[in-house]
Design a protein around this ligand. Sequence first.
Ligand code: GLY
Length: 416
Amino acid sequence: MRVLVIGSGAREHALLLALSRDPGVSALMCAPGNAGTAEIAEQHSVDVASKDAVVALAKSLAADLVVIGPEVPLVLGVADAVREAGIACFGPSADAARIEGSKAFAKDVMASAGVRTAHSEVVDTPARLDEALDRFGPHWVVKDDGLAAGKGVVVTTDRDIARAHAAELLESGHPVLLESYLDGPEVSLFCLVDGETVVPLLPAQDHKRVGDGDTGPNTGGMGAYTPLPWLPEETVAEIVENVVEPVAAELVKRGSPFSGLLYAGLAIGKDGPAVVEFNCRFGDPETQAVLALLDSPLGELLNATATGTLDSVAPPRWRDGAAVTVVLAAEYYPATPRTGDVITGADAEGVLHAGTKSVDGKIVSAGGRVLAVVGVGADLAGARADAYEKLAGVGLPGGHYRTDIGLAAVEGRISI
Ligand code: GLY
């Protein structure tokens, strides 16, 4: 099977690495990729948001399967175009991708499916902002109503900060979503979904704030770990039964069946799991940790999902132990990351590339999240030690990372 992966982050690097371990994958291609993906896949340039460009590339490469990593092409209907061209595609239709692209659609689907989620209101004019803010608090959750790569979210107990963020979004023409605050530790549960068939992967936890101790602004994600030692064993099955299956069934009922990776972001409160958000693709950086423990052929799972035969393949097998991924970010990330810095040690095992490119034989930073270093171990403490040891071998001027990825779980400080 010839597989083309679309995207350029560490998530795509992780997908390619896992695909490269699948004996059923005969050729690996990536577009547009980064300096790391170029080492394991044939690299091509492409405008990921262009249906015509992705279809033309997939045809020219005789791809049997196209795997779309990021949400933007999915929301724009690139997966539909690939399928219409007769090529199997891992990734939902534009209709189904609204579960991420339109928060109003996601809320409506959840209401119909009876899924617990935060109460929310959309504010689209500054004139309504103050009265709406008064209906929320003491924690305010202020989101960009459109796609914002995780960076459009502010969670605060300070009304002035909430107001300022909402006003800034409105001024730049973005409707604002205000949400009630969901208490409890967060879980990212990725599920392969093919219509009403739902196959969960290992649960993971992301660290969204830029600084240790969950301080500073939200980012696209600074690190993740899996599995979650504090999560009761039965919770994944409960989430599948009470959240993901009803949502998948509701999408089928609406004529927008989901095919691909449905990512449920949940808060596990004392009343059970409640949905924070859905995403229509693999999460970054959780994918880097989750796939490090996958012991099944990834190509077979993705192809089965893409071709509507997920119910006929064996469920994924997992290696024992734990995995941790730590993101190395560029100076000034997430505000205005500096690019063009020379990176050293980026070719070591377990170092996945995100914002990197090759210039005159050197690897230089080309984005906010530059690398994602993956550690594995017999337990979470061992995986953390492995990740930070690998990170010590990497150099990036001005680079910064969190030192506490997975630490609260290791120290038993997470409870429901
Ligand atoms: N881990 C956050 C995201 O992928 O959106």
